[in-house]
Each structure stands twice: as structure tokens, then as C-alpha cells.
Write a protein that binds this ligand. Structure first.
Ligand code: NAD
Length: 265
């Protein structure tokens, strides 16, 4: 590996697990100083300890504006600067059936973490970056924000709002040298997706049969964090094996084969 982020200081929210953890590890490997922020202190401390002096953990609930400000202040105090924030912490509303049966009991919390958390994380980091020569803000959305479907309606709505917010913020902050981009992961095995039959989900939704992993998303975050993407802002980058492009050809082949046999409805 190279030193793509040498001299940079990054915050990764949701860095105790899954995509955030893989990203914190990759950023540190690429020479960054990384502050891991999470509500899960035990796991967050553990990830930071394994990364050594290049990393620190700060317990943060991203839905709490005061804690997010403290996180930014902590990063600057500990490592002397802030160049990158990956607003990645997120939760699902966990409702996979019809919206008719959704009691919306998780609405406030999902919006608070997945949307307010991204907005306030972007704002507090950007206030610092605007005074210190710019930076890169990376926000995690989802294929569920791009491709309509049944279930997780609050999650879809929050993640879709993240896209419009981020693209608009890219315009707002460009004059300060701050880039704002989104990553839209799809079907990545993490704590959030343990209940999924991943092989089936991929067969039905994803043109590339390969299983995407947290490191695939981390690699996209590395690109958006590094100066290699210096001319890129307002982008929504799917890391989804083609899920948002269209149905897998294998599925279409099944339909064509059934039609040829006369069994298709
Ligand atoms: P994960 O559950 O492994 O990691 C999420 C992390 O966020 C956890 O460590 C959790 O403790 C932390 N977190 C939750 N609420 C928080 C809060 N209020 N403040 C701070 N930290 C908080 O899941 P993941 O799949 O790695 O999810 C990372 C991001 O990727 C999320 O935004 C998720 O919506 C998004 N995403 C994941 C997938 C996928 O297939 N795994 C697909 C699309 C989008």
C-alpha cells in the first residue's frame, strides 16, 4: 500500500464496525491520523488500540450536535488539523414488510442518526475546514436511496435526503475548497445486514455476482478522501456491483428461458 493520505487527519463515524471500521483501518494504513467516532465505545476503543498512535477513539452519538462539535474539537486538538470527515454512522429502521404495517416507531431516531447526524457532522467539520484551507466530506447514503423498493421506508427517505443535501452542500462549500461527495454501498456483509440471505439478495439484485465487502467501500472512501479526487465534488458513487444500474443478466436469462419453454406468465 502507498501513503495516499500522508499528513491528513480524518474522522470516521461508525468506525467501530463494518464499513467504518474497514475505512478507518485503510485510512491509517495510507498514512492518515484517524479519529474513530461511535456510540459503541468498547469496539471503537479496540479498533483504535489496534491501529496504535495513528488513531484515537471518541465516543460520539452523531445525533447529538454538542457531541459532534466535541468530536471535531477533539480531532483538531489531538492531531492538529482536520482534512476529511466520513459521515458513515447509520442504522436501519428494520421494517422489511409493507408500509401499511409500519408503525413508524423508529422514525425519529433513524432520521436523527442517518440524516441529522450527516448534516451536523458536515457542518461542524466544514466550519473548521473553511478556516483552514478546505477538505473532503464523504457521506454514506445507500442503494436503497436510489433504487425504489418495498420496506425500510424511513431508511430510504433519510438516505435519499442525504444525497440531495450532499449535492447541494457541494455547491455551497465549493468556494471554501471543500468537496462533498456520497458513497452508496449495496449488499455489504456487516452487522447491519446479518439477517439477510446475502447469496439470494445478490442473485436477485446485483449484476456482478461477486460479494462486495467493507474494503470495497473503504477503497471508494480512500479515493474521495485523497487528492486523487481533487476535481470531484457532488458525486454519488455507488459501490454496489451494478445494483443501481439494472437487473442481473442471469435473472433476465431465467425469464427468457421460461418464455421459450412457454412457462412464463
Ligand atoms: P454496521 O452496523 O456494521 O456499522 C454501523 C456503525 O455505526 C456501528 O459501529 C454503530 O455502533 C455505529 N452507530 C450507530 N448509530 C450511531 C450513532 N448515533 N452515533 C455514532 N455511531 C453510531 O453497519 P455498516 O453496514 O458498516 O453501516 C455503515 C453505513 O453504511 C451506514 O450508514 C449504513 O446505512 C450504510 N450502508 C450499508 C449497507 C450494507 O449493505 N452494509 C448498504 C448501504 C448503506
Amino acid at each position: 500500500m502507498g501513503q495516499e493520505l500522508s499528513g491528513k487527519v480524518a474522522i470516521v463515524t461508525g468506525g467501530a464496525s463494518g464499513i467504518g471500521r474497514a475505512t478507518a483501518e485503510l485510512f491509517a494504513e495510507e498514512g492518515a491520523h484517524v479519529v474513530i467516532a461511535d456510540v459503541d465505545a468498547a469496539r471503537g476503543e479496540d479498533v483504535a488500540a489496534k491501529l496504535g498512535a495513528a488513531a484515537a477513539f471518541k465516543r460520539t452519538d452523531v445525533a447529538n450536535a454538542e457531541e459532534v462539535q466535541e468530536l471535531v474539537d477533539f480531532a483538531v486538538a489531538r492531531f492538529g488539523a482536520l482534512h476529511v470527515v466520513f459521515n458513515n454512522a447509520g442504522i436501519s429502521d428494520g421494517v422489511f414488510g409493507s408500509f401499511l404495517d409500519d408503525d413508524l416507531k423508529n422514525f425519529q431516531r433513524v432520521i436523527a442518526v442517518n440524516l441529522f447526524g450527516v448534516m451536523v457532522g458536515s457542518q461542524r467539520a466544514a466550519r473548521h475546514m473553511a478556516k483552514s484551507g478546505g477538505g473532503s466530506i464523504i457521506n454514506t447514503t445507500s442503494t436503497a436511496a436510489i433504487k425504489p423498493g418495498r420496506g425500510v421506508m424511513t431508511y430510504r427517505a433519510a438516505k435519499a435526503a442525504v444525497i440531495q443535501f450532499s449535492r447541494s452542500l457541494a455547491i455551497d462549500l465549493a468556494e471554501h475548497g471543500i468537496r462533498v461527495n456520497c458513497i452508496a454501498p449495496g449488499h455489504i456483509p456487516t452487522a447491519m445486514t446479518t439477517s439477510y440471505d446475502m447469496a439470494r439478495v445478490i442473485r436477485l439484485n446485483q449484476p456482478l455476482p461477486r460479494q462486495g465487502m467493507p474494503i470495497d467501500v473503504a477503497n471508494a472512501a480512500l479515493y474521495l478522501a485523497s487528492d486523487r479526487s481533487a476535481q470531484v465534488t457532488g458525486l454519488v458513487l455507488p459501490v454496489d456491483g451494478g445494483t443501481t444500474v439494472g437487473s442481473p443478466a442471469s435473472l433476465l436469462n431465467e425469464v427468457m428461458a421460461a418464455r421459450a419453454k412457454g412457462t412464463a406468465k
